[in-house]
Write a protein that binds this ligand. Structure first.
Ligand SMILES: NC(=O)c1ccc[n+]([C@@H]2O[C@H](COP(=O)([O-])OP(=O)(O)OC[C@H]3O[C@@H](n4cnc5c(N)ncnc54)[C@H](OP(=O)(O)O)[C@@H]3O)[C@@H](O)[C@H]2O)c1
Length: 253
């Protein structure tokens, strides 16, 4: 189990040592809550937003609170958008300390799409978008003293839980989304292994069933509750790598 409040990285403070974090899909929902939580813990947070005007609106109350947040344009399905952001971070900051791959979609309940179209659209954001952004940010993360990647996955992807008849979500059938997040979990293991020599910690988390637009606000958790485990893995002093967890502890892959 991951304790809720482990000591934070010593360099979480305002000033020259401020941790620089990038959160994709940060204009609303869980991404905005993760970004807000990181900023309230002293990070400078780049709010990755497909529509910069929505990002600017999301950032306004945070800036009024005195937090260090900067909305940046980011569509993870667009190579030019990702490359432009990597170039900007390189020029303006020279490194990145935390990447939160949060942007994600679910198309299982869209009756206008064929099964293959649902899969293509979902993989484009949840999997290929995650790879595109991660690959672009690795050179910047390599320049951090304690780099972290947090992948926002879902326990719906867990093969171990799907095999358990007493699991709370046994009746939830989202085959496309579940396959996409299983791929995110596999990538988490692969990146954790590949990047271990560079000191980059890579972990997957499940935020829980959360009231956001993605669930038509039917989720039972608030975005603030959902954000806790991602924030913890981004900032805890001693960080594992290659894990999958929620705020109750480890999850089976
Ligand atoms: N809600 C839950 O119960 C739950 C449970 C487990 C896991 N998750 C995961 O948590 C993450 C956040 O979900 P959420 O509930 O907060 O969903 P949400 O409210 O629908 O927000 C999704 C965010 O992703 C952004 N996004 C979508 N496509 C993008 C792209 N191509 N490039 C960049 N950003 C993109 C959206 O931007 P726009 O506003 O421009 O569309 C939005 O900011 C997702 O990965 C989701 O799978 C959610």
């Amino acid at each position: 189990m991951i304790p809720a409040r482990l000591p934070l990285r010593k360099d979480v403070k305002m000033g020259t040592d401020t941790i620089l974090a990038l959160v994709s899909g940060a204009n609303r929902g869980i991404g905005l809550a993760i970004a807000t939580g990181l900023a309230r813990r002293g990070c400078h947070v780049l709010l990755g937003c497909r529509d910069l005007s929505r990002g600017t609106a999301a950032a306004a109350p945070l800036l009024a609170e005195g937090l260090q947040v900067t909305p940046v344009q980011l569509d993870t399905t667009d190579g030019a958008s990702v490359a432009a952001l990597a170039g900007r971070i390189e020029r303006e900051y020279g490194r990145l300390d935390v990447l939160v791959n949060n942007a994600g979609i679910a198309l299982d309940y869209d009756p206008s799409l064929s099964a293959s179209a649902r899969m293509e659209g979902t993989l484009a954001v949840n999997v290929i978008g995650t790879v595109r952004l991660t690959e672009a940010m690795i050179p910047l993360l390599e320049r951090s003293q304690d780099p972290r990647i947090v992948n926002v996955s879902s326990e719906l992807a867990s093969f171990g839980l799907r095999a358990d008849p007493s699991w709370a979500y046994t009746e939830t059938k989202m085959p496309t989304y579940q396959a996409s997040k299983a791929a995110v979990n596999s990538l988490t293991c692969s990146y954790a292994d590949r990047l271990s020599g560079k000191g980059i910690k890579v972990n997957a988390i499940c935020p829980g069933y959360t009231a956001t637009e993605a669930t038509n606000f039917a989720g039972t958790r608030t975005p603030e509750q959902a954000a806790v485990v991602a924030i913890d893995l981004a900032l805890r002093e001693v960080c594992p790598s290659g894990t999958f967890s929620n705020d109750q502890g480890p999850l089976p892959w």
